[in-house]
Design a protein around this ligand. Structure first.
Ligand code: FE2
Length: 363
């Protein structure tokens, strides 16, 4: 099998590594840094700590908090305008997936102009993107390991994956102590999303022996630590396991893409505003059963049962009916799911009929 492996992101991990942000930014020659940090990070004082760490190295820092939990193309334009107005030469994303994806999206627009939809797919940008550092504060999307951002179109609500080599962070700081203050429902949803990344990426058509080794180890770490962090978010060892697992799952996605779970989840978020991790929780176990792929057994002897146990213990919904999804909408949702790029990588050929069957099982 032919494949390539490129790891563009330097990883600095460990409890307390957040304090090295200024040092790393200085090494990357940041001078005017645009700090994208969600409001939670601002309230918790982490944004101020990030700014202090960089200012101590003589870097000018401009903080930006004005973006929603699920960033769309207009939020990216607001971030672009703010970064352009201060002539930023570098970007730091601090927070959950929304902070990291807003940072990347602003970088596309700053570098290449135009609209986010122009960058849908991979490599649709010319010019050197600004250097970025990612500091994730949830164990979830794995955006810190990827050269893609996921941004929804403000007009159509369709989720777009936009990727380019320059959209990978130059450095990612993985400090488990940053994960501890997240609310329980955020830990539950983000962690289940990371689990789905390990599971989906393991069997995709684009998988490689190396991407599978990332998926396998991601699953091992996430499965072992998910319930531990839900029981005790202050357990830094378990948080470190989740953080490393989410990162490895993100790395797996970078090399193998995702599958039908994400294809079916996106229309629920677009039409009902269902949080990504919640949509994933209602679908993953059904997609694993629908795919009936023998390779799953390598992760767990009874993977659907295990996934159901984890979702149940995390208090996540497992049926669409529990989230006020209207049954008569399922055919429309299924035709939208069939249009999702990510579905093309699913191991079992996936189309609208398959999506409808999955939705019906999940209803
Ligand atoms: Fe996801």
């Amino acid at each position: 099998m032919e494949f390539q492996l490129k790891l563009p992101t330097r990883v600095i991990a460990g409890a307390g590594s957040f304090s090295r942000l200024g040092e790393i930014a200085s090494e990357l020659r940041f001078r005017r840094a645009f700090l994208v940090a969600d409001r939670g990070m601002e309230a918790a004082g982490y944004a101020a700590r990030a700014a202090e760490s960089m200012r101590a190295r003589g870097i000018e820092v401009f903080s930006f908090h004005d973006f929603p939990e699920s960033p769309d193309s207009s939020a990216a334009e607001v971030a672009r305008d703010a970064a352009a107005s201060i002539r930023a030469d570098s970007i730091v994303g601090l927070g959950g997936g929304s902070s990291l994806d807003t940072a990347k999206a602003a970088n596309f627009l700053l570098t290449g102009g135009g609209h986010m939809r122009d960058y849908r797919g991979y490599g649709k940008i010319s010019g050197e993107m600004l250097p970025m550092i990612g500091v994730p504060t949830t164990a979830g999307t794995g955006s810190e390991a990827q050269s893609y951002c996921v941004i929804s179109d403000a007009d159509t609500h369709v989720k777009m994956a936009c990727g380019a080599p320059g959209a990978a962070f130059r450095a990612a700081i993985l400090d488990p102590l940053l994960l501890i203050s997240a609310p329980r429902n955020v830990i539950a949803q983000a962690g289940y999303d990371a689990i789905s990344h390990a599971v989906e990426s393991f069997v995709t058509r684009r998988r490689t022996p190396l991407s599978q080794s990332f998926s396998r180890e991601a699953w091992r770490l996430l499965d072992a630590n998910y319930l531990r962090v839900l029981r005790d978010p202050a357990d830094a060892v378990a948080q470190e396991g989740m953080q490393t697992g989410a990162f490895l799952a993100g790395l797996a996605i970078e090399h193998s893409m995702l599958g039908a779970t994400h294809a079916c989840a996106n229309p629920l978020s677009a039409n009902y505003g269902t949080a990504h991790g919640v949509a994933i929780a209602m679908l993953l176990e059904k997609v694993v059963r629908w795919n009936a792929d023998a390779r799953y057994a390598e992760l767990h002897a009874n993977l659907p049962l295990r996934l159901d146990e984890l979702a149940h213990a995390a208090g996540l919904p497992r049926r669409l009916r529990d989230r006020n999804i209207v049954e008569s909408d399922l055919p429309k949702l299924a035709s939208e799911a069939a249009q999702q790029w990510t579905g093309t990588f699913n191991p079992r050929p996936f189309d609208a009929a398959g999506a409808l069957e999955i939705y019906q099982w999940a209803y």
